[in-house]
Design a protein around this ligand. Structure first.
Ligand SMILES: NC(=O)c1ccc[n+]([C@@H]2O[C@H](COP(=O)([O-])OP(=O)(O)OC[C@H]3O[C@@H](n4cnc5c(N)ncnc54)[C@H](O)[C@@H]3O)[C@@H](O)[C@H]2O)c1
Ligand SMILES: [Zn+2]
Length: 351
């Protein structure tokens, strides 16, 4: 078992990582929360696979649990679904000291966290991530929200979880494509932070010791979210690969999944950085080999013009300047600023 404590504005929370933990969720939450009444939110897949174990564990620890199940997928991470979660909480008579539990991937966590942030002006919530991506990224840091018609994650709130409980055994049922989503974000962390995670990634053995790998990722993400809780400074380093990645994802009509797009984005942004700043190209080869060793593809099937037209709408580019990530070396990345007018040139440099 590993336990990592994250400091947040309003206190601290634990990220507990342990194999077989799902059947001990009741005991773990009874130790950490006063209330014995909660709303469990899951999608239809995690409901089928894991809600039975979690509910049984909670009930045997004395919890009274209402459940809300939504159809899986990003298309359902919407405003109206949050409304339904809130109605369910109200009809189950949850009060201000009661809490929400998200049992699922990033879609479930983001949406449940947002519902918890606004229900009765804010109740606690617990993250039980069931995808690799949610375990290494989405469940830590307190960003919650939903998509709008014009783009992803355009409405939301910062709301920190009361705790995060991850059982590595759940990854056994995750489709390979979803595992790859998580791997791409892990490689991003390995580039940003270097160290042990970088060595493991270079060896192509990210899934061999999931407890260790997830813990290393949580520690890396923690270092950014503690230093910059509201994403106005160094936390933006976590956007490495995401500027061009988001454009790829959006231009593909979301047929290229997020992790794959981020992998493509990391390679393209590195290429472009090398061209713009006349840097040495070694880092590009290292990033490519990290992706290759972990079987993540990174060739981009679009032109710079195609991507530039969608990138300009990205929410992060609203102001006159665009923050780009400069990967100077492994464990040595910086934020640089270029005018948005150079966006097309930036993308072109990466293709
Ligand atoms: N809040 C943040 O900081 C943050 C960070 C990164 C990503 N995100 C968000 O996370 C979302 C993506 O998360 P995701 O990739 O987990 O997507 P997801 O929640 O849609 O899960 C992917 C698929 O896997 C299924 N699934 C989940 N757990 C499973 C399991 N153990 N076995 C089998 N199937 C399982 C789900 O039903 C779903 O179909 C995006 O909406 C993204 O915006 C948020
Ligand atoms: Zn991402």
């Amino acid at each position: 078992m590993k336990s990592i404590t994250v400091k947040a504005q309003n206190g601290t929370y634990d990220v507990v990582i342990d194999r077989g933990l799902l059947s001990r969720v009741g005991v773990l939450l009874a130790e950490r929360l006063e209330s014995r009444h909660a709303l469990l939110v899951c999608d239809d897949v995690t409901a089928r696979l894991y809600s039975g174990t979690v509910t049984a564990s909670l009930e045997s620890a004395g919890f009274d649990i209402a459940t809300f199940v939504f159809p899986h997928g990003e298309a359902n991470k919407r405003w109206n679904m949050v409304g339904e979660i809130l109605e369910k909480a109200a009809s189950a008579n949850l009060n201000r000291s009661d809490f929400f539990i998200a049992l699922g991937g990033g879609v479930c966590g983001d949406m449940t966290g947002f519902a918890a942030a606004v229900y009765l002006r804010g109740v606690p919530f617990v993250q039980i991530p069931t995808t690799l991506l949610a375990a290494v990224d989405a469940s830590v840091g307190g960003k919650t929200g939903v998509d709008l018609g014009t783009g992803k994650n355009l409405a939301g709130a910062f709301h920190q979880p009361a705790c995060v409980l991850f059982d590595p055994d759940v990854i056994a049922t995750l489709p390979v494509a979803c595992v790859d989503e998580g791997k791409a974000e892990i490689i991003k962390h390995a580039v940003l932070a270097g160290g042990r995670l970088y060595e493991i990634a270079l060896g192509g053995t990210l899934l061999d010791d999931m407890e260790e790998v997830v813990a290393l990722n949580v520690e890396i993400k923690r270092s950014y979210v503690q230093a910059d809780p509201f994403d106005t400074g160094c936390r933006q380093l976590l956007n490495f690969g995401h500027t061009i990645g988001h454009a790829i994802e959006k231009f593909s009509g979301y047929t290229i999944p997020h992790g794959q797009a981020v992998a493509m984005g990391m390679v393209a942004e590195t290429k472009s950085f090398i061209k713009l700043y006349n840097e040495k190209p070694e880092i590009l080869e290292i990033i490519k080999s990290l992706l290759e060793k972990n079987s993540i593809k990174f060739d981009i099937p679009y032109t710079a013009q195609e991507l530039a037209q969608v990138a300009i709408h990205d929410k992060k580019m609203a102001s006159g300047n665009l923050n780009i990530i400069a990967p100077l070396g492994i464990g040595n990345c910086q934020i640089r600023s270029i005018p948005v007018s150079r966006l097309e040139e930036y993308i072109e440099g990466g293709l």
